[in-house]
Design a protein around this ligand. Structure first.
Ligand SMILES: [Zn+2]
Length: 168
């Protein structure tokens, strides 16, 4: 297993995390197909959310240097404040709240940009269409599953790796 030094402990590298997450994706897609929804578009939404989370929403965005941030390309800098607010392997690596911190962070950022644009009269927030948008509970459930699963696997991998290193 390839590892990188982070602080004084050795953690699985971003590459290892991504490999594990992608390796089990076919299993999740199969379970999803048989037990949740057999339609191709529901499966595509689930797999898309899963890949987005694996590639771009890694819990290791709490580090200054990580592969996930590099994948954001020129937009990578938007994660700098996140690294200041969330310390490594703190709440960013929580099973339930970790993904929420990153989605919430992106949401706050989007709001700032939207308000900035409307303040400058470049773009008006379409309040009417937002409130009129139908709320699809099933779609939200599929998105939550797709976005949360890779991050949960990441956190469990980190914990198992640390436990093995301590010789537990
Ligand atoms: Zn990690």
């Amino acid at each position: 297993m390839s590892s990188v030094r982070q602080g004084d402990s050795i953690m699985p590298s971003g590459k290892t995390h991504l490999r594990i997450e992608l390796l089990v994706l076919p299993l999740w897609v199969a379970l999803f197909y048989f037990f949740v929804d057999a339609s191709w578009h529901a499966g595509a939404v689930f797999a898309g959310a899963y890949l987005f989370s694996s590639l771009l929403l890694s819990p290791d965005l709490d580090l200054r240097h990580n592969r996930s941030r590099r994948r954001w390309g020129v937009l990578g800098f938007i994660w700098v404040p996140y690294t200041k607010v969330f310390k490594h392997r703190g709440i960013s690596h929580s099973l339930l709240l970790g993904t929420l911190t990153r989605l919430g962070y992106l949401g706050v950022l989007a709001l700032f940009i939207a308000f900035g644009l409307s303040y400058l009269r470049i773009w008006a927030i379409p309040v009417d269409s937002l409130t009129a948008a139908p709320f699809d509970l099933k779609l939200v459930g599929i998105l939550v599953a797709g976005l949360w699963l890779p991050n949960i696997i990441h956190t469990i991998t980190d914990r198992v790796h640390s436990a093995l290193r301590r010789g537990v």
